[in-house]
Design a protein around this ligand. Structure first.
Ligand SMILES: Cc1cc2nc3c(=O)[nH]c(=O)nc-3n(C[C@H](O)[C@H](O)[C@H](O)COP(=O)(O)O)c2cc1C
Length: 202
């Protein structure tokens, strides 16, 4: 068992509790080895049938990033312009021509490539957090314009993007989370079963 802090939280628990979506970034460049460490964490993620459908388009050239910002954060997406200040923006893509993902979608009704990208992306976010970097998952951007601007072929689904940088400001408060007892059932959906004492919520 990993060593804990004074409150009894393990390093992993502290990492998870400390991560926030950051929307104010410093212009300080991100070291290339830290970017690579984040991508390596994504590469290690599990995926349905080990298909590894993820592809990562790393935008760190200021001119390319300006183009991305102008294209993807235009019009109704202008609220996403906060990402422009992050020195790196990782565009997360899913390669669609994998049997596992086709079968998953058709037979199970679950598009597993999206699940896979979600896991890999969160590996990036948590690795970034451990390295003192900040991220924000982003789904609100102009997909078609982004595809054109970055020459992304149609066989790749653009799933999300993630700015990566050093935080200028971290929110002091955590957005509210639902209570464990609201989101967890034991043995049968909606049963009254559960631990005598649920963990403290803070
Ligand atoms: C798939 C996904 C898409 C998101 N898209 C956006 C977005 O477009 N813009 C944004 O500011 N935050 C976005 N977020 C961040 C959420 O708003 C944030 O995770 C949530 O409010 C909880 O806050 P926290 O991450 O600080 O714990 C997204 C998060 C996820 C997981």
């Amino acid at each position: 068992m990993a060593e804990g802090n004074a409150a009894g939280h393990t390093p992993f628990q502290m990492l998870v509790r400390g991560r926030r979506s950051i929307r104010r970034f410093l212009e300080t460049p991100v070291e290339r080895d830290k970017v690579l460490a984040c991508l390596e964490a994504a590469r290690r993620a599990p995926s349905a049938h080990n298909a590894q459908p993820w592809r990562f388009l790393v935008v760190d050239d200021p001119a390319v990033k300006s183009g991305l910002v102008a294209a993807a954060f235009s019009g109704i997406y202008s609220g996403s312009k906060f990402a422009a200040r992050a020195p790196v923006i990782i565009v997360m893509l899913a390669k669609l021509d994998f049997v596992a993902n086709r079968l998953g979608s058709r037979l199970q009704g679950v598009p597993y490539h999206f699940v896979d990208i979600g896991i890999a992306g969160e590996h990036i976010a948590l690795q970034a957090e451990e390295l003192g970097l900040a991220t924000c998952w982003m789904g609100w951007f102009h997909v078609r314009k982004l595809r054109k601007c970055l020459d992304v072929p149609k066989k790749y689904k653009i799933v999300a993007m993630m700015p990566l940088g050093y935080a200028e400001k971290r929110p002091t408060r955590e957005p509210p989370r639902r209570a464990l007892r609201e989101i967890v059932s034991f043995n049968r959906m909606g049963s009254e079963e559960g631990p005598e004492h649920w963990p403290a919520e803070d």
